[in-house]
Design a protein around this ligand. Structure first.
Ligand code: GLU
Length: 415
């Protein structure tokens, strides 16, 4: 039986605990979400029928500050997955030192099968449903898989109508036209590729060499990862998404692939490329492998075939604990999600600050501050990994759980 995302999270915590001095009761608290809201949304379809849609918002931990995390729309989303994703947000925010706890939302639907009207009604119903479970100083949702600035605009508009006033920092990842931050839409990929991968390659002595990369996922994160890999000088030779994959040892031009995806909705069928499956993509002889889609794609079943030197986790939870053990044994470095993909929530924090102060920053200011935060966090984790001889994920969890528990001790256990 493969482990669920939440079981994977529990195992990741257990692997860090031996390197920490923490009371067991705090570990027990970190292993559970504080509160989970479950909704059933009756969605009026365009044909007049009504569909029951399941949705959740999980609040994992708020010792360091208000809950923070995205909302995902996906046909397979479950409560277990949303809870795991909220726990990973607690770790991620603490790794970077943001003043937030962890949350996540999920709506079980197939967005590509919904009309724009249906998507808007569903988004507004969800925003209404969670409106008493969130707020600028309580829980600040944001985009995740299959949600975008338009969805954040419907969420924000609904919330502001419910509370009867403007509230610019209740949601992040909004369109720039309504208070979103410059640089937010590219932040996850920019932070992961331009800053974290850059530092990783320097530490590994690979910086400046001719390097190749394979990319799984071509949504918001995957497509911009392609752009930033090219900017960093890496040749992207393989790309796969849900519909199929493409391979060309000469590398793919970002603008051409993007144009093809805009027209066809998939990288599959891109001219001048050999078709490959997702499984073939993982086995490509490349230097860097970037999973940028969903959880649990690198497992003990395929990790043995991976030839990359570095796995940069831009997705949340793409490597199972068993898969990671195989990679670590093979000497493959896994740069964990809670560090590698934190750029999105970092710029969400910048957006939250800008909305609260009314002082909006230039894109250069945003990117410079993002670089500073990510680079600093990377070196903290790298140093701890070296000093303690543990994996980067263990180091990230040690750092994060240490920070969360330090705040929990001051707060005490009450009521
Ligand atoms: N969904 C993103 C993540 O998993 C961003 C969350 C946020 O900006 O709050 O990190």
């Amino acid at each position: 039986m493969p482990k669920s995302p939440y079981e994977a999270f529990l195992e990741q915590v257990d692997e860090a605990v031996p390197y920490l001095k923490v009371e067991p009761e705090y570990v027990d608290m970190i292993k559970e979400p504080k509160e989970v809201l479950e909704l059933t949304i009756p969605l009026r379809m365009d044909d007049g029928s009504v569909q029951m849609i399941k949705a959740w918002r999980s609040h994992h931990n708020n010792a360091l500050g208000p809950y923070k995390g995205g909302v995902r729309y996906h046909p397979d989303v479950t409560r277990d997955e949303v809870v795991a994703l909220s726990a990973w947000m607690t770790i991620k925010c603490a790794v970077i030192g943001l003043p937030y706890g962890g949350a996540k939302g999920g709506v079980r639907c197939t967005p590509s099968a919904l009309s724009r009207g249906e998507l808007e009604r569903l988004s507004r119903a969800y925003a209404l449903g969670i409106s008493r479970f969130m707020g600028t100083d309580y829980d600040i949702p944001a985009p995740d898989v299959n949600t975008n600035p338009q969805v954040m605009a419907w969420f924000t508009d609904t919330y502001e109508k419910v509370i009867g006033r403007g509230e610019p920092s209740a949601y992040t990842g909004k369109p720039v036209e309504m208070g979103g931050s410059l640089g937010r839409s590219t932040a996850t990929s920019r932070g992961g590729v331009l800053y974290i991968l850059r530092e990783t390659l320097k530490e590994m002595g690979l910086w400046g060499k001719d390097l190749t990369c394979a990319l799984q996922g071509y949504g918001n994160v995957g497509s911009f990862a392609h752009m930033f890999c090219s900017e960093l000088g890496l040749k992207v030779v393989g790309i796969a998404d849900v519909e199929g994959g493409i391979y060309n040892p000469k590398g793919f031009d970002y603008a051409s692939v993007k144009e093809h995806v805009m027209k066809r909705g998939t990288v599959a069928g891109f001219p001048d490329a050999e078709p490959i499956s997702n499984e073939d993509l993982f086995a490509l002889d490349v230097d860097v492998l970037i999973p940028a889609a969903l959880e649990g794609v690198i497992t003990e079943a395929n990790a043995g075939k991976i030839k990359a030197k570095v796995v940069l986790e831009l997705a949340n939870g793409p490597t199972t604990p068993e898969g990671e053990a195989v990679l670590t044994d093979k000497g493959i470095l896994v740069v964990p999600d809670v560090l590698a993909n934190a750029g999105g929530v970092v710029v969400s924090c910048f957006e939250w600050i800008q909305g609260r102060t009314g002082d909006y920053w230039t894109e250069e200011q945003v990117n410079k501050k993002l670089d500073e935060r990510m680079t600093q966090a990377f070196h903290e984790i790298w140093r701890l990994k070296k000093e303690t001889d543990i994996t980067m994920r263990q180091a990230a969890y040690v750092r994060a759980i240490g920070r969360v528990v330090a705040a929990m001790r001051f707060r005490g256990i009450w009521p």
